[in-house]
Design a protein around this ligand. Structure first.
Ligand SMILES: NC(=O)c1ccc[n+]([C@@H]2O[C@H](COP(=O)([O-])OP(=O)(O)OC[C@H]3O[C@@H](n4cnc5c(N)ncnc54)[C@H](OP(=O)(O)O)[C@@H]3O)[C@@H](O)[C@H]2O)c1
Length: 273
């Protein structure tokens, strides 16, 4: 039987790269997709040197034609798609009125929501025909709790909850699984693209920080168990519960930590997506 095939968007760094490495080591043929082709090729080389199988396909998930090309090329080269990990995404953690309407707001929506929906739509006919397949969407704890400056980013991750839930129920009978992963803060390049310009003395404590490899292992757990939703680290369930039942308390706590100061530019946390 041929080895299963996994497509990972956003495989050029962080969680996507770690997921590709883990699944390649487990015998999957991995398809690396992102815009930075050089990064993908370097990772592809590393995977091959370690005895794994990988191909790189340059893809901007906000461009429908490039997504179409990703699936066509994958089927041409590998003949099947078993798992799609919709991982590509970014956050601009800025006050809403500081966000550029196009570069920040529309771009987050195009990548984090529309890209996920379009990619899922494109892969489905193939999975339905085979009566098997798994779509895994990378949301965030920001899809359960939205702090100040996360309004747009959290809107995109809350959206993935609704999309994942509806699609899961839509395609289950056809043999296709849909799961959503909600990591807390992960040490990746995420923070470098976030444009943070607010001031607080609080940083995410080290014991709460996840590594990209931790998240990759959770993707593996989802594949093995077929779980619908997974929040990591587990302690985040407590914060999510308090946010749902005592939103005034979370409002009060967060108001202590987010201060708008003109010209301030102090980072909070490492990646906190
Ligand atoms: N870090 C966190 O704290 C955290 C927490 C929870 C959830 N997440 C989520 O985890 C996912 C991965 O983030 P990360 O932490 O690993 O950050 P990262 O290291 O910055 O990786 C982001 C990846 O997304 C890709 N990407 C961005 N825009 C893209 C586009 N238009 N088309 C294709 N690929 C694109 C980037 O590749 P190119 O630039 O090469 O295209 C990169 O590979 C994101 O969805 C993020 O929201 C992160």
């Amino acid at each position: 039987m041929p080895a299963p095939v996994m497509i990972i968007t956003g495989a050029s760094s962080g969680i996507g790269a770690a997921t590709a490495q883990l699944f390649a080591a487990k015998g999957y043929r991995v398809v690396l997709a992102a815009r930075r082709l050089e990064r993908l090729r370097t990772l592809e080389k590393e995977i091959k040197e370690a005895g794994g199988e990988a191909i790189s396909i340059q893809t901007d998930v906000s461009q429908l034609s490039q997504l179409e090309n990703l699936f066509e090329e994958t089927l041409e080269q590998y003949g099947q798609i078993d798992i799609l990990v919709n991982n590509a995404g970014f956050g601009r953690l800025m006050w809403l009125d500081d966000q550029d309407p196009e570069e920040d707001i529309a771009a987050q929506i195009r990548v984090n929501i529309t890209g996920v929906i379009q990619a899922s739509r494109l892969v489905l006919p193939h999975m339905i025909e085979r009566e098997q397949g798994h779509i895994i969407n990378m949301a965030s704890v920001g899809g359960w709790i939205a702090p100040p400056t996360y309004s747009v980013y959290s809107a995109t991750k809350y959206a993935l909850r609704g999309f994942g839930e509806g699609l899961r129920r839509e395609v289950k009978a056809m043999g296709v699984r849909v799961s959503t992963l909600y990591p807390g803060a992960v040490m990746t390049e995420f923070g470098q693209h976030a444009g943070v310009k607010w001031e607080t003395e609080v940083t995410t404590p080290n014991w709460l920080l996840l590594s990209a490899e931790d998240v990759a292992r959770s993707v593996f757990r989802i594949v093995k168990t077929g779980r619908r939703n997974l929040v990591i680290p587990r302690i985040m369930h407590v914060a999510i519960w308090f946010n749902a039942h005592f939103p005034w308390l979370i409002d009060w706590i967060l108001s202590k930590y987010f201060h708008r100061k003109e010209g301030a530019s102090t980072e909070w946390g490492v990646g906190d997506g």
